[in-house]
Ligand binder design. Structure first.
Ligand SMILES: NC(=O)c1ccc[n+]([C@@H]2O[C@H](COP(=O)([O-])OP(=O)(O)OC[C@H]3O[C@@H](n4cnc5c(N)ncnc54)[C@H](OP(=O)(O)O)[C@@H]3O)[C@@H](O)[C@H]2O)c1
Length: 157
């Protein structure tokens, strides 16, 4: 199995040694960069990598963020920037779909991975939570009763 481990101290180092002894392929990272793990890599047979390489795009548990937009090239840039920051970007459709990530929606303020973000987006319901509804007379009429979970007061703007 290919295993990525972030941290090469007491715990990460022990896991690396044990998984290597079991014959697994281990990619290990620390905060200072793979060059500082050269001796450890030589000793254990693990591959020293950057943090990003230890948790490749799309891997379970890597925090993902939804991105919605109508401009495909602009959205691609944002998705790339998110990847460079070490997160997974999830294409969340066009601007017409962006309500699925509004405050209080299932994906909002979470640390889900890509699969979790896709699931949460699919579970969003189109009615805005009362706390986030526009207060002007121009507010869109609510089409059906809100049955989402209540958003915490602290996130209301
Ligand atoms: N040891 C225990 O008994 C124990 C028990 C329960 C929980 N924990 C928790 O388990 C975690 C690891 O503990 P440990 O004892 O193995 O710690 P440790 O010996 O101090 O090792 C920490 C490792 O994490 C790396 N690291 C720290 N910040 C990082 C970052 N931002 N990006 C990438 N790598 C980073 C360090 O790299 P550098 O050396 O390059 O900084 C180091 O290799 C900690 O969160 C600790 O609280 C430990």
């Amino acid at each position: 199995m290919k295993i990525g481990i972030i941290g090469a101290g007491h715990i990460g180092g022990t896991l690396t040694r044990r998984f290597r002894a079991l014959g697994h392929e281990v990619f290990v990272a620390n905060s200072r960069g793979p060059e500082t793990l050269a001796d450890f890599a030589a000793e254990t047979g693990a591959t020293a990598v950057t943090v990003k390489e230890a948790q490749p795009a799309g891997s379970p548990g890597r925090i993902a963020l939804p991105v919605a937009g109508d401009h495909k090239a602009a959205k691609a840039v944002v998705l790339k920037l998110i990847d460079e920051l070490g997160f997974d970007g999830v294409d969340a459709g066009g601007l017409d779909d962006s309500w699925k990530q509004q405050p209080g929606s299932p994906v909002y303020g979470t640390d889900l991975d890509a699969e979790g973000v896709r699931l949460a987006l699919s579970e969003a319901k189109p009615d805005r939570l009362p706390g986030f509804r526009a207060t002007s007379g121009a507010a869109a009429p609510v089409k059906r009763p809100n049955d989402w979970r209540e958003a915490p007061e602290s996130t209301a703007r």
